[in-house]
Design a protein around this ligand. Structure first.
Ligand code: 4NP
Length: 149
């Protein structure tokens, strides 16, 4: 069983989408997917309505997800930890205890654009078109993840 964790800041916009999208592409017996945020602002909350709506449009229901905060234990639990942007990356690097932890953390868009260190833009303060863009970026990245797991 491969375990993949998706991480963003609030765990209500980007990482819930990444979780739902990857989950929709894998078989649950082979791959476990979860998500978490580096911040505590939204613990226990549902994903942002705009994330729920954009994923529903593509047949994916993420409304049962609830936000949680990343915990150092997640380094033990998960094989790979995909972060949405450089700020999430820096945050997890501060929490990493050793090289094994560090190597588990990858920028998700490096799966589409290797070594380019691109960020999934934070759509929270923007318009709903931003959520469409994020959805398609994450869908493409998850297709690439699928090829290697
Ligand atoms: P996310 O987006 O990291 O993609 O879930 C955000 C959600 C909430 C906030 C920032 C980003 N916030 O400041 O509350």
């Amino acid at each position: 069983m491969q375990k993949v964790l998706m991480v963003c800041l609030g765990n209500i916009c980007r990482s819930p989408l990444a979780e739902g999208i990857l989950q929709s592409k894998v078989s649950p017996e082979k791959v476990f997917v979860d998500s978490a945020g580096t911040a505590a602002y939204h613990i226990g909350n549902k994903p942002d309505k705009r994330s729920i709506n954009v994923s529903a449009k593509y047949g994916i229901d993420i409304s049962n997800q609830r936000a949680r905060k990343f915990s150092v234990k997640d380094f033990d639990e998960f094989d790979i930890i995909y972060v949405m942007d450089q700020s999430n990356y820096n945050h997890l690097l501060l929490l990493a205890r050793n090289d094994l932890d560090i190597h588990k953390v990858q920028l998700i868009l490096n799966e589409t654009y290797p070594n380019q260190q691109r960020n999934v833009p934070d759509p929270y303060y923007g318009r709903s078109s931003g959520f469409e863009k994020v959805y398609s970026m994450l869908d493409e990245a998850c297709e690439n993840i699928l090829k290697k797991i």
